[in-house]
Design a protein around this ligand. Structure first.
Ligand code: FAD
Length: 598
């Protein structure tokens, strides 16, 4: 059976020693009193909830899955999920970073980010039920009418109701411009929605009294394509203005998907049969309003894989110390045993360190993005708000795609550490591989993320935001360029920074002549950019750790950090050289292949 221990020390290291998040928070009136002790105390309690309440339901939830009663259309989540959710609500966890105007605790997003990492490690399938509510809350907070805010936000904040996002239809996932669900205006200002949605996570369940579905649909006179999509709030139960529940609305679950992983989360086919909804935001501008939810969800999906990477690593590490098999190539290490523990073998170490380096790098990036989100929402200086939003937009596809791809690599590596036992359910490792796989697909596939990064966020603004990230790298290079001890961490990112600038110009130029060149480069490009970002954070973590060591601190934590940074730059970062070669090979080997693909 797997175990999980919340990585509080590592979170504190990134928050308080590397990024010094409270320095930023102090500048925001709303967060001026949120000091390090407060953050640590909340996360300690949050870690207990994750490891003691959500984690014990992970394997049982996977085995049992969700059940649909076809006569009532009600879905029952696995045993214990409802009780755990009640504890979550009672503990006030749903309200952590919500607006006090709606009953929230108003704590920084970055605290919620770390809390959710732990929940995802503990039980991704369970975590998706409350997780989707956050995106629905954000979209309604940003674009809802006063009446919608008054009705929905207090209920989402308390956790009494949950949210869902209803975009996908059988014939359209990536290309939402094709969607067909119709919304007919009614005399009272509401809308009657008809259509079919599929793959709706937490679309139906028994955890909460009501579900607020955010649904994309078309008005009768809507232009074709993505410019004709509107957003609607459609509750499972009608509700009076004071939140009192009324009759069932015409939106219900027609079936549940049988799937590879996240079995404990219901993936619902939703039928809208004259469901009554209210318009969120402007007519035909629904995609823009939904993007608030989608961006929150993309950061959330990266956090899902971060959580899975961490828990898989913890278990693989413990197993590698315990399992004895063969002798070390360089001579016996455990003389008292008939064989050495497998952790002596170089490749086992490589697998473990891969997961560790990707988890800790992902955590640094995730926390950095959490602070950007806080600055975007709460910083008093308008320019800081705008710059933070721009940087977050650049990093969002990297969080979503790079961390989830790394989660795939890492959970597989950790399963491999267990040999055949990793493939056997009892150890829990194969579940992490299965659960992680969807993270590369939903919320816009990782290919779509890479097109968003390269096409829209980088080439679309002539690399302006990328240059801003480049300036962060340049400042670190400037600061540490003459420090011999930092050379092994600084030189690679300085070189890669220059290479990425050149590469971007080349791809942009080729893309002008043939847009398929951008499509051919994008996925590899995102990985290169991901390493530039991770390399920057690994260099910053090494910088802090080396300073502590130089000051005489003998805490092994710092030595471990330097060793992991060394591993990252020696064994993972260099894949950028191959990726840059494949990017430069262009689109021809893909597009001139009609005979091969005939
Ligand atoms: C378990 C699960 C939970 C989900 N939860 C939700 C949810 O809560 N709400 C919701 O609305 N949806 C949800 N989805 C749907 C999910 O977001 C979509 O499956 C995803 O966006 C991809 O859409 P698709 O499956 O239609 O694939 P398609 O869009 O048909 O794509 C097929 C392939 O073509 C590629 N492709 C498509 N267009 C391009 C392009 N322009 N360039 C390059 N490659 C391209 C894709 O990357 C992909 O590899 C969920 C799906 C699953 C499986």
């Amino acid at each position: 059976m797997p175990t999980y221990s919340p990585p509080l020390r590592d979170m504190q290291f990134v928050m308080h020693e590397v990024l010094k998040v409270t320095d930023d928070l102090k500048l925001m009136p709303q967060h001026v009193d949120t000091d390090a002790d407060t953050i640590n105390a909340i996360l300690e309690e949050g870690g207990k909830f994750a490891s003691e309440v959500a984690f014990p339901l992970n394997i049982s939830g996977d085995a049992e899955g969700c059940t649909l009663d076809k006569t009532t259309h009600e879905v029952t989540a696995p045993k214990g999920f409802k009780q755990a959710y009640a504890q979550y609500v009672q503990g006030g966890w749903a309200a952590l970073s919500c607006d006090p105007a709606y009953g929230g605790q108003g704590l920084p997003f970055v605290v919620n980010q770390c809390f959710y990492e732990m929940l995802n490690s503990a039980n991704q399938a369970w975590t998706m039920y409350p997780g989707l509510s956050h995106g629905a809350y954000e979209a309604l907070h940003a674009h809802g009418t006063d009446a919608q805010k008054a009705l929905y936000l207090p209920k989402l904040t308390s956790g009494e109701w949950t949210g869902s996002m209803c975009l996908t239809e059988p014939h359209c996932g990536t290309d939402l411009g094709l969607l067909r669900t119709k919304a007919e205006p009614l005399a009272d200002g509401t809308y009657s929605l008809t259509g079919n949605k599929i793959f709706i996570s937490a679309g139906e369940h028994d955890l909460a009294a009501n579900i607020v579905h955010l649904v994309l649909a078309r008005l009768p006179d809507a232009p074709v394509g993505s410019k004709g999509i509107s957003l609607f709030a459609v509750p499972k139960f009608h509700a009076a203005a004071d939140g009192t529940l009324g009759a069932r609305n015409g939106i219900y679950c027609g079936g549940l998907e049988h799937k590879m992983g996240i079995h404990g989360n219901s993936t619902a086919q939703m039928v809208l049969d004259g469901a009554i909804g209210t318009l969120v935001g402007q007519p035909n501008k629904g995609l823009a309003a939904m993007f608030v939810m989608m961006n929150a969800a993309r950061l959330g999906v990266g956090n899902q894989s971060l959580g899975l990477t961490e828990v898989a690593y913890q278990n693989a590490l413990a197993y590698a110390k315990d399992r004895i098999q063969m002798r070390s190539l360089s001579g016996t290490k455990a003389k008292d045993k008939p064989a050495d523990p497998i952790i002596v073998h170089p490749d086992v170490r490589k697998m473990l360190l891969t997961a560790k380096a990707y988890a800790e790098g992902g955590r640094a990036l995730g926390i950095f993005c959490g602070v950007l989100l806080d600055k975007e929402h709460s910083h008093p200086d308008e320019k800081v708000r705008a710059d933070s939003g721009e940087m977050l937009a650049l990093l969002t596809p990297i969080v979503k795609a790079f961390i989830t791809d790394n989660g795939h690599i890492s959970t597989n590596a950790c399963m491999q550490v267990f040999g055949g036992h990793g493939f056997i359910k009892e150890w829990g490792m194969e579940q992490y591989v299965r659960d992680n796989r969807i993270n590369m697909i939903y919320e816009g596939t990782n290919t779509i993320q890479s097109l968003d990064l390269l096409g829209r966020k980088i080439l679309g603004n002539n690399g302006a935001t990328l240059k801003k990230f480049g300036r962060l790298v340049a400042a670190l290079v400037e600061e540490e360029g003459v420090n011999e001890k930092m050379g092994e961490f600084i030189t690679p990112i300085a070189i890669l920074g220059d290479q990425v600038t050149k590469l971007t110009t080349e791809v942009g130029f080729k893309g002008f002549q043939n847009a398929d060149e951008v499509g051919a480069a994008a996925v590899d490009y995102l990985r290169v950019a991901g390493h530039l970002v991770f390399g920057y954070f690994w260099a910053r973590m090494a910088q802090v750790a080396l300073r502590e060591i130089a000051a005489g601190n003998t805490d092994q934590f710092y030595l471990a950090k330097v060793q992991t940074a060394r591993f990252y730059f020696a064994k993972l970062f260099p894949e950028t050289a191959t990726l840059m070669r494949t990017i430069r090979s262009g689109s021809k080997a893909l597009m001139d292949t009609d005979a091969a693909l005939a």
